[in-house]
Design a protein around this ligand. Structure first.
Ligand code: SF4
Length: 508
């Protein structure tokens, strides 16, 4: 065997050894695999316009959606509060998926539990699972709050969280006054961003409902579902501190998904202090950094008398300007010279690199606010967006995107695709390609099949490490995004020019 204890080969080389190659060939024969010629014909067919039309005619089938289900967002949002245990009422497998999805991205343990509903609970209801689950979660993990969301099984049979949690209190599973925020998060509507919003609203209502508000001067900020939250939330707090603004980041996962290795396992670390959430009722305003992640939460904050404002993932110069101007207007605090300096440096960097980015074409997919923010920054750079796709994008989002594209001469080629999936995107890129693709790790299959270089800039990033630790929001984040895009453009250029030696230059 090629593998030995003395020289352990990685799977990527090991499986190229003749023994394994033979095994794979035998497997193909055993499975009655088509001849290579037939496979090649089919591969060429799915890149055609004819196939694109068939692909876009499908109605009842989704292939590789660029979204996840509601409770994933609820688990993420719930994890962002002090000593809070995310708790799914539903099946274990769903919770294992949420935990592994977040762990694979952040390379960090994600704590979440479930009521482990199985066939009997699906038939008779999951009340007993809730009573036992809350009892175990409270006594074993000793959280300060439990954030309950639902998976499909509980929603299909219509379990009532309010009644179940009240029952559990009566049975003594948890103390009467123990905070349990709960949100129904049916996966057959919306996506992880809806689940995020539902859970944030549930936490706010848990602490705010039935209380009187005394308007203060602090600002609440809801970051939204963000794979770059570790870097972005810290950057956001740095900006707010620079502006001397008093704030509460609602659901702050930056320390939760970035615990140090120092010999102590922290099941809970960081998160928004529950006392701050409670006091957040008195805030002057609540701001959502991602409109489509905070619709209901902002509506709720407005119903309490707060000012509210929503942004689209403030990436780049103009979007950061708007955020800072709004913060300044709400608080009366001026934008400090230090941030103006950062702005000037980003503009300078954009000017330095403009020749390489200007006129390059990009397609972008991901959550609606990310796609909006990224497109806006591309337009600022003089790049030309081509396909802009959000599986969880609504008609309202598509209209906003159209307006954005029309606002710039570089937006004329842009096509907006709301509700389409990555298999649609494959057809789009095969028939009307862009030079680059911006998205998450799932785009690597499009990169391989269509030869369009992928720039990883959004959740989830499973096959690269540590991206989430560096901010992409604000002026500083804009620099990081600019560098990431440029690196890919210049890497591709180096690979291409190395083939001929023409223009394989040291200075770019
Ligand atoms: S879609 Fe439903 S069954 Fe699938 S992971 Fe989400 S909650 Fe579970």
């Amino acid at each position: 065997m090629p593998q030995s204890a003395e020289k352990i080969k990685d799977h990527s080389t090991l499986f190229n050894e003749p023994e394994y190659q033979k095994l794979f060939e035998n497997k193909k024969q055993f499975e009655g695999c088509h001849a290579q010629e037939v496979i090649d014909q089919q591969a060429a067919h799915i890149n055609s316009w004819e196939y694109r039309e068939k692909n876009f005619a499908r109605e009842a089938l989704v292939v590789n959606p660029a979204k996840a289900c509601q409770p994933l967002g609820a688990v993420f949002a719930g994890a962002g509060f002090e000593k809070t245990l995310a708790f799914n009422h539903g099946s274990q497998g769903c919770t294992a998926y949420f935990r592994s999805h977040l762990t694979r991205h952040f390379k960090e343990p994600c704590s979440a539990v479930s009521t482990s509903m199985t066939e009997d609970a699906a038939v008779f209801g999951g009340l007993q699972n809730m009573i036992d689950g809350l009892n175990n979660a409270y006594h074993v993990y000793k959280p300060k709050m439990i954030a309950v969301s639902t998976t499909c099984i509980a929603e299909v049979i219509g379990d009532d969280l309010n009644a179940f949690i009240r029952n559990s209190r009566e049975k003594g599973s948890i103390p009467q006054d123990f905070p349990v925020a709960y949100a129904h998060t049916p996966s057959f509507v919306g996506s992880h961003i809806t689940g995020y919003d539902n859970m944030v609203k549930a936490v706010l209502s848990n602490f705010w409902e039935g209380k009187d508000r005394t308007a203060g001067t602090k600002i609440n900020i809801i970051p939204g579902f963000d794979g770059y939250a570790v870097g972005n939330n810290r950057e956001l707090k740095r900006i707010l501190n620079e502006m001397e603004i008093e704030y509460t980041v609602i659901s702050d996962v930056s320390d939760v998904f970035d615990t140090p290795t120092d010999g102590t396992f922290r099941m809970f670390d960081g998160g928004t202090k529950l006392a701050d959430v409670e006091a957040g009722l008195n805030a002057k305003a609540t701001i959502g950094l991602q409109k489509y992640c905070s619709d209901k939460s902002l509506e709720y904050a407005a119903s309490k008398g707060q000012d509210v404002a929503a942004f689209h993932y403030p990436l780049g110069v103009g979007a950061t300007d708007e955020l800072l101007v709004k913060l300044s207007a709400l608080t009366g605090k001026p934008i400090p010279a230090s941030l103006e300096l950062e702005r000037g440096r980003l503009v300078d960097a954009l000017a330095d690199s403009n020749a390489w980015i200007h006129g390059k074409t990009f397609s972008v997919y991901g959550d609606p606010d990310f796609v909006y923010g990224m497109t806006r920054f591309l337009l600022e750079m003089g790049a030309e967006p081509i396909h802009l796709l959000a599986t969880n994008g609504s008609k309202e989002w598509a209209a906003e995107m159209d307006t954005l594209l029309k606002s710039s001469p570089y937006g004329v080629k842009g096509q907006v695709w709301a509700g389409k999936d990555l298999w649609h995107l494959r057809s789009l890129l095969a028939t009307e390609p862009s030079e680059f693709l911006i998205g998450n790790s799932y785009g690597k299959y499009l990169e391989r099949d269509l030869g369009i270089p992928l720039i990883r800039l959004t959740f989830p990033i499973f096959d690269r490490h540590h991206h989430h630790r560096f901010p992409v929001l604000g002026y500083q984040g804009g620099l990081a995004v600019l560098r990431t895009i440029l690196d890919k453009i210049l890497d591709v250029l180096d690979v291409e020019t190395a083939k001929t030696g023409i223009s394989f230059d040291l200075v770019r």
